[in-house]
Design a binder for this molecule. Structure first.
Ligand SMILES: Cc1ncc(COP(=O)(O)O)c(C=O)c1O
Length: 410
Protein backbone atom coordinates (compact mmCIF):
# COMPACT_ATOMS: atom_id res chain seq x y z
CA UNK A 1 0.00 0.00 0.00
CA UNK A 2 1.30 3.42 -0.88
CA UNK A 3 0.39 6.30 1.39
CA UNK A 4 3.06 8.55 -0.07
CA UNK A 5 3.24 11.08 -2.84
CA UNK A 6 4.78 8.41 -5.04
CA UNK A 7 8.39 9.29 -4.33
CA UNK A 8 8.58 7.01 -1.32
CA UNK A 9 8.30 9.94 1.05
CA UNK A 10 5.23 11.50 2.57
CA UNK A 11 3.78 14.42 0.67
CA UNK A 12 4.51 16.92 3.45
CA UNK A 13 6.96 19.65 2.63
CA UNK A 14 10.22 19.41 4.49
CA UNK A 15 10.66 15.61 4.43
CA UNK A 16 14.39 15.85 3.77
CA UNK A 17 15.94 12.59 4.99
CA UNK A 18 14.56 9.16 4.09
CA UNK A 19 12.43 7.72 6.87
CA UNK A 20 13.91 4.76 8.73
CA UNK A 21 10.65 2.81 8.40
CA UNK A 22 7.93 2.14 5.83
CA UNK A 23 5.00 4.59 5.88
CA UNK A 24 2.95 4.27 9.04
CA UNK A 25 -0.80 4.77 8.68
CA UNK A 26 -2.47 5.38 12.03
CA UNK A 27 -5.54 7.17 10.74
CA UNK A 28 -8.01 4.32 10.21
CA UNK A 29 -10.73 6.37 11.92
CA UNK A 30 -10.52 8.87 9.04
CA UNK A 31 -10.68 6.15 6.41
CA UNK A 32 -9.50 2.56 6.42
CA UNK A 33 -7.79 0.76 3.54
CA UNK A 34 -10.21 -1.39 1.58
CA UNK A 35 -10.07 -5.07 2.48
CA UNK A 36 -8.78 -7.27 -0.38
CA UNK A 37 -12.08 -9.21 -0.43
CA UNK A 38 -14.01 -5.97 -0.87
CA UNK A 39 -11.73 -4.80 -3.68
CA UNK A 40 -12.23 -8.09 -5.55
CA UNK A 41 -16.02 -8.01 -5.14
CA UNK A 42 -16.39 -4.36 -6.07
CA UNK A 43 -14.02 -4.58 -9.03
CA UNK A 44 -15.91 -7.54 -10.40
CA UNK A 45 -19.16 -5.66 -10.04
CA UNK A 46 -17.82 -2.55 -11.77
CA UNK A 47 -17.62 -4.59 -14.98
CA UNK A 48 -21.37 -5.17 -14.94
CA UNK A 49 -23.98 -2.89 -16.41
CA UNK A 50 -27.41 -2.29 -14.93
CA UNK A 51 -29.50 0.10 -12.88
CA UNK A 52 -31.03 -1.91 -10.02
CA UNK A 53 -34.37 -0.22 -10.73
CA UNK A 54 -34.47 -1.30 -14.39
CA UNK A 55 -36.80 -4.11 -15.34
CA UNK A 56 -34.62 -5.80 -17.96
CA UNK A 57 -32.19 -8.59 -17.36
CA UNK A 58 -29.18 -6.36 -16.57
CA UNK A 59 -31.24 -4.33 -14.11
CA UNK A 60 -32.62 -7.43 -12.42
CA UNK A 61 -29.10 -8.77 -12.02
CA UNK A 62 -27.95 -5.52 -10.38
CA UNK A 63 -31.04 -5.64 -8.14
CA UNK A 64 -30.08 -9.15 -7.02
CA UNK A 65 -26.63 -7.88 -6.05
CA UNK A 66 -28.16 -5.05 -4.04
CA UNK A 67 -30.63 -7.34 -2.27
CA UNK A 68 -27.97 -9.94 -1.45
CA UNK A 69 -25.79 -7.15 -0.11
CA UNK A 70 -28.70 -5.87 1.97
CA UNK A 71 -29.05 -9.32 3.52
CA UNK A 72 -25.33 -9.50 4.26
CA UNK A 73 -25.28 -6.08 5.90
CA UNK A 74 -28.37 -6.91 7.93
CA UNK A 75 -26.73 -10.13 9.08
CA UNK A 76 -23.46 -8.39 9.98
CA UNK A 77 -25.26 -5.81 12.15
CA UNK A 78 -28.07 -7.89 13.63
CA UNK A 79 -30.85 -6.25 11.64
CA UNK A 80 -33.54 -7.36 9.21
CA UNK A 81 -32.89 -6.77 5.50
CA UNK A 82 -35.98 -4.55 5.35
CA UNK A 83 -34.37 -2.30 7.97
CA UNK A 84 -31.37 -1.42 5.77
CA UNK A 85 -31.65 1.86 3.84
CA UNK A 86 -28.64 2.44 1.62
CA UNK A 87 -27.09 5.90 1.57
CA UNK A 88 -23.94 7.48 0.19
CA UNK A 89 -22.24 7.17 3.59
CA UNK A 90 -22.32 8.23 7.21
CA UNK A 91 -22.92 11.93 6.63
CA UNK A 92 -26.02 11.29 4.57
CA UNK A 93 -27.34 8.66 6.97
CA UNK A 94 -26.88 11.05 9.91
CA UNK A 95 -28.65 13.85 8.04
CA UNK A 96 -31.51 11.52 7.17
CA UNK A 97 -31.84 10.31 10.75
CA UNK A 98 -31.70 13.71 12.45
CA UNK A 99 -33.63 15.84 9.96
CA UNK A 100 -35.92 13.08 8.72
CA UNK A 101 -36.96 11.88 12.17
CA UNK A 102 -37.39 15.47 13.33
CA UNK A 103 -39.72 16.25 10.42
CA UNK A 104 -41.65 13.02 10.85
CA UNK A 105 -42.19 13.83 14.53
CA UNK A 106 -43.92 17.12 13.70
CA UNK A 107 -46.81 15.23 12.10
CA UNK A 108 -49.00 15.15 15.24
CA UNK A 109 -48.14 18.46 16.78
CA UNK A 110 -44.91 20.32 17.46
CA UNK A 111 -42.08 18.44 19.09
CA UNK A 112 -39.18 20.82 18.92
CA UNK A 113 -36.55 19.48 21.29
CA UNK A 114 -33.56 17.57 19.89
CA UNK A 115 -31.39 15.99 22.59
CA UNK A 116 -27.73 15.29 21.85
CA UNK A 117 -24.28 15.77 23.39
CA UNK A 118 -21.96 18.43 21.98
CA UNK A 119 -19.40 15.66 21.34
CA UNK A 120 -21.29 14.33 18.29
CA UNK A 121 -19.72 14.18 14.86
CA UNK A 122 -20.46 17.26 12.75
CA UNK A 123 -22.78 15.21 10.51
CA UNK A 124 -25.17 14.94 13.48
CA UNK A 125 -24.25 18.18 15.20
CA UNK A 126 -24.65 20.39 12.14
CA UNK A 127 -27.86 18.64 11.07
CA UNK A 128 -29.33 19.51 14.47
CA UNK A 129 -27.96 23.07 14.32
CA UNK A 130 -29.47 23.45 10.86
CA UNK A 131 -32.85 22.40 12.24
CA UNK A 132 -32.43 24.98 14.99
CA UNK A 133 -31.70 27.78 12.54
CA UNK A 134 -34.22 26.81 9.84
CA UNK A 135 -37.00 24.86 11.54
CA UNK A 136 -37.40 26.25 15.07
CA UNK A 137 -35.84 23.17 16.63
CA UNK A 138 -34.51 23.65 20.13
CA UNK A 139 -31.24 21.88 20.88
CA UNK A 140 -30.87 20.49 24.38
CA UNK A 141 -27.27 19.55 25.05
CA UNK A 142 -26.88 16.33 26.99
CA UNK A 143 -24.06 16.62 29.51
CA UNK A 144 -20.91 14.51 29.10
CA UNK A 145 -18.35 13.69 31.75
CA UNK A 146 -14.60 14.29 31.46
CA UNK A 147 -14.20 11.18 29.28
CA UNK A 148 -17.02 12.11 26.91
CA UNK A 149 -19.56 9.69 28.37
CA UNK A 150 -23.31 10.38 28.30
CA UNK A 151 -25.11 8.81 31.26
CA UNK A 152 -28.59 7.29 30.95
CA UNK A 153 -29.74 9.35 33.95
CA UNK A 154 -28.94 12.59 32.18
CA UNK A 155 -30.96 11.48 29.14
CA UNK A 156 -33.86 10.67 31.45
CA UNK A 157 -33.60 14.00 33.23
CA UNK A 158 -33.53 15.91 29.93
CA UNK A 159 -36.56 14.03 28.61
CA UNK A 160 -38.50 14.42 31.86
CA UNK A 161 -38.18 18.19 31.74
CA UNK A 162 -40.95 17.96 29.11
CA UNK A 163 -41.35 14.52 27.48
CA UNK A 164 -44.01 15.60 24.99
CA UNK A 165 -41.71 18.15 23.37
CA UNK A 166 -38.86 15.80 22.43
CA UNK A 167 -38.50 15.04 18.72
CA UNK A 168 -35.55 12.66 18.99
CA UNK A 169 -32.41 11.77 20.90
CA UNK A 170 -29.09 11.13 19.15
CA UNK A 171 -25.97 9.80 20.89
CA UNK A 172 -23.07 8.27 18.98
CA UNK A 173 -22.06 4.68 19.73
CA UNK A 174 -18.36 5.49 19.90
CA UNK A 175 -16.77 8.91 19.70
CA UNK A 176 -14.67 9.43 16.59
CA UNK A 177 -12.05 11.52 18.37
CA UNK A 178 -11.54 10.07 21.84
CA UNK A 179 -13.01 6.59 21.32
CA UNK A 180 -15.36 6.63 24.32
CA UNK A 181 -18.16 4.05 23.96
CA UNK A 182 -21.70 5.01 24.99
CA UNK A 183 -24.05 2.72 26.95
CA UNK A 184 -26.25 2.56 23.86
CA UNK A 185 -28.70 -0.10 25.06
CA UNK A 186 -29.34 1.83 28.29
CA UNK A 187 -29.87 5.10 26.47
CA UNK A 188 -32.19 3.46 23.94
CA UNK A 189 -34.18 1.84 26.76
CA UNK A 190 -34.79 5.22 28.41
CA UNK A 191 -35.99 6.71 25.12
CA UNK A 192 -38.23 3.69 24.47
CA UNK A 193 -40.01 4.26 27.81
CA UNK A 194 -41.15 7.61 26.44
CA UNK A 195 -41.62 6.39 22.86
CA UNK A 196 -39.02 8.84 21.64
CA UNK A 197 -36.93 7.80 18.61
CA UNK A 198 -33.30 7.14 19.46
CA UNK A 199 -30.60 7.44 16.79
CA UNK A 200 -27.00 6.33 17.20
CA UNK A 201 -24.09 7.02 14.87
CA UNK A 202 -22.16 3.74 14.90
CA UNK A 203 -19.71 4.73 12.15
CA UNK A 204 -16.65 4.32 14.38
CA UNK A 205 -17.97 1.44 16.46
CA UNK A 206 -19.04 -0.87 13.63
CA UNK A 207 -15.62 -2.37 12.87
CA UNK A 208 -14.45 -2.76 16.45
CA UNK A 209 -17.32 -3.57 18.79
CA UNK A 210 -20.28 -5.90 18.30
CA UNK A 211 -22.83 -3.49 16.88
CA UNK A 212 -26.12 -5.38 16.77
CA UNK A 213 -29.08 -3.25 15.80
CA UNK A 214 -31.94 -5.30 17.28
CA UNK A 215 -30.13 -5.88 20.57
CA UNK A 216 -29.21 -2.21 20.88
CA UNK A 217 -32.83 -1.08 20.97
CA UNK A 218 -32.00 1.90 18.75
CA UNK A 219 -34.60 3.09 16.26
CA UNK A 220 -32.02 4.34 13.77
CA UNK A 221 -28.34 3.51 13.38
CA UNK A 222 -25.71 4.91 11.01
CA UNK A 223 -22.92 2.85 9.45
CA UNK A 224 -20.53 3.62 6.60
CA UNK A 225 -18.42 1.39 4.38
CA UNK A 226 -15.09 3.17 4.35
CA UNK A 227 -14.38 2.89 8.05
CA UNK A 228 -14.61 -0.89 7.95
CA UNK A 229 -12.74 -1.84 4.80
CA UNK A 230 -15.37 -1.04 2.21
CA UNK A 231 -15.35 1.79 -0.33
CA UNK A 232 -15.92 5.48 0.31
CA UNK A 233 -19.40 6.44 -0.85
CA UNK A 234 -21.57 3.61 0.47
CA UNK A 235 -23.28 3.54 3.85
CA UNK A 236 -26.60 2.75 5.44
CA UNK A 237 -29.14 3.93 7.93
CA UNK A 238 -30.65 0.98 9.78
CA UNK A 239 -34.24 1.82 10.60
CA UNK A 240 -36.63 -0.01 12.90
CA UNK A 241 -40.07 -0.55 11.42
CA UNK A 242 -41.74 2.22 13.44
CA UNK A 243 -39.06 4.80 12.68
CA UNK A 244 -40.03 6.38 9.39
CA UNK A 245 -38.03 9.55 8.72
CA UNK A 246 -39.29 12.02 6.17
CA UNK A 247 -36.96 11.87 3.16
CA UNK A 248 -34.14 14.35 2.73
CA UNK A 249 -33.53 13.38 -0.92
CA UNK A 250 -36.53 13.31 -3.24
CA UNK A 251 -36.59 11.68 -6.64
CA UNK A 252 -37.11 8.18 -7.98
CA UNK A 253 -38.51 6.73 -4.77
CA UNK A 254 -35.78 4.15 -4.22
CA UNK A 255 -35.25 2.60 -0.80
CA UNK A 256 -38.95 2.55 0.10
CA UNK A 257 -39.24 6.24 -0.79
CA UNK A 258 -36.97 7.11 2.11
CA UNK A 259 -33.83 7.73 0.07
CA UNK A 260 -34.13 8.44 -3.63
CA UNK A 261 -31.17 8.02 -5.96
CA UNK A 262 -29.81 5.28 -8.21
CA UNK A 263 -28.25 2.57 -6.08
CA UNK A 264 -24.52 2.08 -6.57
CA UNK A 265 -24.41 -1.71 -6.88
CA UNK A 266 -20.58 -2.04 -7.04
CA UNK A 267 -20.01 0.13 -3.96
CA UNK A 268 -22.83 -1.55 -2.09
CA UNK A 269 -21.37 -4.97 -2.89
CA UNK A 270 -17.94 -3.83 -1.70
CA UNK A 271 -19.48 -2.46 1.50
CA UNK A 272 -21.42 -5.68 2.15
CA UNK A 273 -18.35 -7.84 1.53
CA UNK A 274 -16.33 -5.78 4.01
CA UNK A 275 -19.15 -5.90 6.56
CA UNK A 276 -19.24 -9.68 6.34
CA UNK A 277 -15.49 -9.98 6.86
CA UNK A 278 -15.64 -7.57 9.78
CA UNK A 279 -18.49 -9.49 11.43
CA UNK A 280 -16.31 -12.61 11.44
CA UNK A 281 -13.06 -10.98 12.55
CA UNK A 282 -14.31 -8.18 14.83
CA UNK A 283 -13.80 -9.99 18.15
CA UNK A 284 -10.27 -11.21 17.46
CA UNK A 285 -9.35 -7.89 15.86
CA UNK A 286 -10.56 -6.04 18.96
CA UNK A 287 -8.11 -8.01 21.10
CA UNK A 288 -5.25 -7.46 18.67
CA UNK A 289 -5.95 -3.74 18.28
CA UNK A 290 -6.27 -3.19 22.03
CA UNK A 291 -2.80 -4.71 22.51
CA UNK A 292 -1.37 -2.40 19.85
CA UNK A 293 -3.14 0.57 21.38
CA UNK A 294 -1.79 -0.24 24.84
CA UNK A 295 1.72 -0.56 23.43
CA UNK A 296 1.42 2.81 21.71
CA UNK A 297 0.06 4.50 24.84
CA UNK A 298 2.96 3.15 26.89
CA UNK A 299 5.52 4.32 24.33
CA UNK A 300 4.02 7.80 23.97
CA UNK A 301 3.77 8.34 27.73
CA UNK A 302 7.34 7.11 28.19
CA UNK A 303 8.64 9.55 25.56
CA UNK A 304 6.40 12.49 26.54
CA UNK A 305 5.61 12.03 30.24
CA UNK A 306 3.27 15.02 30.46
CA UNK A 307 1.11 13.86 27.53
CA UNK A 308 -2.48 13.13 28.57
CA UNK A 309 -4.54 10.22 27.23
CA UNK A 310 -8.00 11.66 26.51
CA UNK A 311 -11.25 9.70 26.68
CA UNK A 312 -12.24 6.62 28.63
CA UNK A 313 -9.45 4.51 30.11
CA UNK A 314 -8.40 1.51 27.99
CA UNK A 315 -10.96 -1.24 28.58
CA UNK A 316 -14.51 -2.02 27.56
CA UNK A 317 -15.50 1.66 27.58
CA UNK A 318 -13.09 2.64 24.83
CA UNK A 319 -12.61 1.66 21.19
CA UNK A 320 -9.72 -0.79 21.06
CA UNK A 321 -8.17 0.95 18.07
CA UNK A 322 -8.17 4.50 19.46
CA UNK A 323 -5.44 6.42 21.28
CA UNK A 324 -5.99 10.16 21.63
CA UNK A 325 -3.55 12.41 23.46
CA UNK A 326 -3.09 16.04 24.38
CA UNK A 327 0.51 17.24 24.28
CA UNK A 328 0.87 20.29 26.56
CA UNK A 329 2.49 23.28 24.87
CA UNK A 330 2.10 21.82 21.34
CA UNK A 331 -0.22 22.78 18.51
CA UNK A 332 -1.78 19.54 17.28
CA UNK A 333 -1.43 20.55 13.63
CA UNK A 334 2.27 21.35 14.02
CA UNK A 335 2.91 17.99 15.66
CA UNK A 336 0.88 16.22 13.00
CA UNK A 337 3.01 17.74 10.23
CA UNK A 338 6.25 16.90 12.04
CA UNK A 339 5.11 13.27 12.29
CA UNK A 340 3.94 13.31 8.69
CA UNK A 341 7.43 14.43 7.65
CA UNK A 342 8.70 11.32 9.43
CA UNK A 343 6.31 9.05 7.54
CA UNK A 344 3.63 8.77 10.21
CA UNK A 345 0.01 9.60 9.34
CA UNK A 346 -2.33 10.46 12.21
CA UNK A 347 -4.99 13.07 12.84
CA UNK A 348 -5.79 16.05 15.00
CA UNK A 349 -9.36 14.86 15.39
CA UNK A 350 -12.00 14.19 12.82
CA UNK A 351 -10.59 14.44 9.31
CA UNK A 352 -13.63 16.46 8.37
CA UNK A 353 -12.45 19.39 10.50
CA UNK A 354 -8.71 18.87 10.16
CA UNK A 355 -7.09 21.33 7.82
CA UNK A 356 -8.79 24.17 9.66
CA UNK A 357 -6.76 24.87 12.79
CA UNK A 358 -9.30 25.01 15.59
CA UNK A 359 -9.61 23.37 18.96
CA UNK A 360 -11.39 20.04 19.14
CA UNK A 361 -15.09 20.63 19.87
CA UNK A 362 -15.13 17.20 21.52
CA UNK A 363 -12.41 18.03 24.04
CA UNK A 364 -13.98 21.42 24.77
CA UNK A 365 -17.32 19.70 25.47
CA UNK A 366 -15.48 17.31 27.81
CA UNK A 367 -14.32 20.30 29.84
CA UNK A 368 -10.76 20.62 28.47
CA UNK A 369 -9.29 24.10 28.24
CA UNK A 370 -8.50 25.58 24.84
CA UNK A 371 -4.76 24.72 24.98
CA UNK A 372 -5.48 21.05 25.68
CA UNK A 373 -8.14 21.02 22.99
CA UNK A 374 -5.70 22.47 20.42
CA UNK A 375 -2.74 20.29 21.29
CA UNK A 376 -4.31 16.92 20.62
CA UNK A 377 -3.58 14.05 18.26
CA UNK A 378 -5.48 10.87 17.44
CA UNK A 379 -3.77 7.63 16.47
CA UNK A 380 -6.24 5.05 15.18
CA UNK A 381 -5.52 1.42 14.35
CA UNK A 382 -7.12 -0.98 11.90
CA UNK A 383 -6.64 -4.14 9.88
CA UNK A 384 -3.26 -3.16 8.44
CA UNK A 385 -1.77 -1.98 11.75
CA UNK A 386 1.20 -3.77 13.25
CA UNK A 387 3.58 -3.52 16.16
CA UNK A 388 6.18 -1.76 13.99
CA UNK A 389 3.78 1.18 13.75
CA UNK A 390 3.89 1.67 17.52
CA UNK A 391 7.67 1.39 17.54
CA UNK A 392 7.96 4.00 14.77
CA UNK A 393 5.84 6.47 16.75
CA UNK A 394 7.74 5.71 19.96
CA UNK A 395 11.03 6.45 18.19
CA UNK A 396 10.10 9.96 17.07
CA UNK A 397 7.30 11.30 19.23
CA UNK A 398 9.56 12.66 22.01
CA UNK A 399 11.72 14.73 19.65
CA UNK A 400 8.71 15.81 17.55
CA UNK A 401 6.81 17.00 20.62
CA UNK A 402 9.88 18.92 21.79
CA UNK A 403 10.16 20.64 18.38
CA UNK A 404 6.44 21.44 18.32
CA UNK A 405 6.78 22.98 21.78
CA UNK A 406 9.73 25.12 20.73
CA UNK A 407 7.81 26.22 17.62
CA UNK A 408 4.86 27.14 19.82
CA UNK A 409 7.09 29.33 22.08
CA UNK A 410 8.81 31.19 19.24
C1 LIG B 1 -18.67 9.29 13.83
C2 LIG B 1 -18.74 9.65 12.39
N1 LIG B 1 -19.94 9.89 11.83
C3 LIG B 1 -20.07 10.19 10.53
C4 LIG B 1 -18.97 10.29 9.72
C5 LIG B 1 -19.17 10.63 8.27
O1 LIG B 1 -19.15 9.46 7.50
P1 LIG B 1 -18.86 9.54 5.92
O2 LIG B 1 -17.42 9.87 5.79
O3 LIG B 1 -19.17 8.15 5.42
O4 LIG B 1 -19.76 10.56 5.36
C6 LIG B 1 -17.69 10.08 10.26
C7 LIG B 1 -16.48 10.25 9.41
O5 LIG B 1 -15.44 10.66 9.87
C8 LIG B 1 -17.58 9.74 11.62
O6 LIG B 1 -16.40 9.50 12.19
Amino acid sequence: MDYTDGAGQPGAAGAAAPNPHPPVYLDHAATAPMLPEAIVAMTEELAHLGNPSSLHNAGRRARRVVEESREQIAEAFGARPSEVIFTSGGTEADNLAVKGLYWARQADGPRRRVLLPATEHHAVLDSALWLASHEDAEICWLPVDGTGLVAADSVRAAIEADPGSVALVSVMWANNEVGTIAPVAELAAVCAEYQIPFHTDAVQAAAQVPVQFADSGADALTVTGHKLGGPIGAGALLLARDAQPAPVLHGGGQESDIRSGTLDAPAIRGFATAAQVVAKTRDSEAIRLAALRDDLVARVLAAVPDAVLNGAPPGPGRLPGNAHFSFPGCEGDALLMLLDARGIACSTGSACTAGVARPSHVLLAMGADEARARGSLRFSFGATSAQEDCAAVGDVIGEAAERARRAGRS
